[in-house]
Design a protein around this ligand. Structure first.
Ligand code: FAD
Ligand code: NAP
Length: 452
């Protein structure tokens, strides 16, 4: 039996669903290379701490890493510790599942003001990512502007507005929990350049945000009155072009906004405020006296053809902090053609080159929930297996060659057993009412493992 070797790069959902498919093949050996000592990608570092039910998929993913034919090799950054060309020399095929978790920029004035953050940084901070340990400049009673109407924006607003006690049973870090208690936000504005029908978030996530305890919600801008929302709901009923799932999502969102516009919620004094603003296109972050003072917006409305257009009017929203949540890009990797317009590796249905494949966000772009990656990764691995099935060349070195090269370079790697020790230690050091305290300092992880 010829045994082929595959290097899968990354250990997020796309890479792990690829492993789920590949582990069934008895004539394959898979090495999963991950930059961090910790597996699971954005499940660990993107999914919000108060959504532990979603994070539980890690248990399922662990089973793929435990397969006899799969090996987790943490601590290896492809492009830094080993080049892609070297990896392709060592393995019969390479699958890139490196995600795309670097935030997009607007390219507008003031984006470099220190109180203007991107969602990779903010979500990385509340999820205790080792590269995002700096605390955000939150002020007690302050106002934050969250830019974007996708699910990431909804997560960011919810984390800022949620009663800190509601993080009980989560893995929110001690540092993040303490800062959220010390700096409760007076208000959050969710500003999007489009309207209620275009909001990209999903209905359960939207409803959860709109129903947070102690938070008063108000709509602003175009689409903010009940009449406009009712006619948008009616338009969805007549939409025969969009998929039924998409129509259901839009209608669910519109009905949720409509409930707010109809004011079925009584006004409660002394609550925090959530303003959901439609048709606000950011044009500048305004700095005064050395810090963020406001975000300036061009006001837009729906034109006769349904497209959103500037009205020529501008306004400024005063704030102390802003978080832009407008999508992500994959950083380029030497040896991989790059589609700069989309911020992904150039590929055709996942295929980049002979025996070089992309799965998940680095190939498809930053769309879709965790489960979306499963079907795609399985289909792409089917195609890769078909590509390998007729091959007559000699098998490559795989793990032996990788281990030798990394040892020569003095690269410290982390195994699945190391991860088990790390996980136990994180659980053991959980603060009160939390399930773990994640390590953010890699030197501490090394010390822990050296003493284990
Ligand atoms: C803030 C946020 C919250 C989200 N919340 C949810 C949610 O609640 N529910 C849901 O269903 N979906 C959620 N998603 C979407 C979901 O996380 C993605 O669909 C999914 O993670 C994409 O998987 P991926 O494997 O392509 O990328 P990722 O999850 O980003 O995994 C990529 C992995 O590759 C590693 N890597 C990167 N570069 C290299 C390299 N050069 N060498 C080695 N390793 C490398 C990274 O460290 C990472 O572990 C969220 C996304 C974000 C951004
Ligand atoms: N709970 C969950 O299931 C969950 C949680 C988080 C993320 N996710 C998934 O992860 C993926 C990424 O989420 P996301 O929120 O980052 O992306 P997203 O859903 O694509 O939303 C991006 C938002 O940014 C806006 N935007 C983009 N470019 C802009 C610009 N130049 N100026 C102003 N606004 C701009 C978009 O507005 P327009 O609509 O006007 O383009 C949109 O509101 C999504 O598929 C999401 O569902 C899921």
């Amino acid at each position: 039996m010829i045994v082929r070797t595959i290097a899968v790069v990354g250990s997020g959902p796309a890479a792990l669903f690829a492993c789920e498919r590949l582990k069934r093949e008895e004539n394959l050996r898979v090495d999963l290379l991950e930059t961090l000592p910790f597996p699971f990608g954005l499940v660990r570092y993107g999914v919000a701490p108060d959504h532990q039910g979603v994070k539980n998929i890690q248990r399922q993913f662990l089973r793929h890493l435990e397969a006899d034919t799969v090996r987790f090799v943490g601590g290896v950054q492809v492009g830094e510790h080993i080049s892609l060309a070297e990896l392709r020399e060592l393995y019969d095929a390479v699958v890139l599942g490196v995600g795309g978790s670097v935030s997009r920029n607007f390219g507008i004035a003031g984006e470099d003001v220190p109180q203007v953050w991107t969602s990779d940084r903010f979500a990385g901070w509340y999820n205790a990512h080792p590269s995002h340990t700096e605390a955000p400049p939150l002020k007690a009673g302050g106002r934050t502007v969250v830019l974007g109407h996708g699910n990431v924006a909804v997560d960011v607003a919810r984390v800022l507005l949620r009663n800190p006690d509601d993080f009980a049973g989560s893995d929110l870090s001690q540092q993040a929990g303490d800062l959220l208690v010390a700096s409760p936000q007076g208000g959050v504005v969710m500003a999007g350049r489009s309207g209620a029908a275009e909001a990209k978030c999903t209905t359960p996530e939207l409803r959860e945000l709109l129903k947070l305890d102690g938070v008063q919600v108000r709509l602003e801008g175009a689409d903010s009155n009940a009449e406009a929302l009712q006619s948008l709901v009616a338009e969805q009923d007549q939409d025969a072009i969009t998929t039924p799932v998409e129509v259901r999502r839009r209608k669910g969102n519109l009905q949720s906004f409509l409930e707010v516009a109809e004011g079925t919620e009584a006004t409660v004094p002394n609550t925090r405020e959530l303003v959901w603003a439609f048709g606000y296109r950011p044009v500048a972050f305004v700095e005064r006296e050395g810090k963020l003072a406001a975000v300036r917006f061009a006001i837009r409305k729906r034109g006769a053809n349904g497209a959103w257009q500037d009205t020529g009017e501008e306004l400024e929203l005063a704030c102390d902090f802003a978080v832009s949540c407008i999508g992500y890009v994959t950083p380029p990797l030497l040896g991989v053609p790059y589609d700069a317009a989309r911020g992904v590796f150039a590929n055709q249905d996942g295929k980049i080159d002979s025996r070089l494949w992309a799965v998940g966000w680095c190939g498809r772009g930053p769309t879709g929930a965790i489960a979306t990656n499963r079907k795609e990764s399985h289909a792409r691995m089917d195609s890769l297996l078909a590509e390998l099935s007729g091959a007559t060349d000699s098998p490559k070195q795989g793990a032996t060659g990788l281990d030798k090269l990394l040892a020569e370079r003095g690269v410290r790697t982390y195994s699945l057993d190391d991860w088990r020790v790390i996980e136990k230690a994180e659980e053991a050091s959980a603060p009160d009412n939390r399930i773990r305290e994640k390590f953010t300092d890699l030197a501490t992880v090394q010390t822990l493992l050296d003493g284990a």
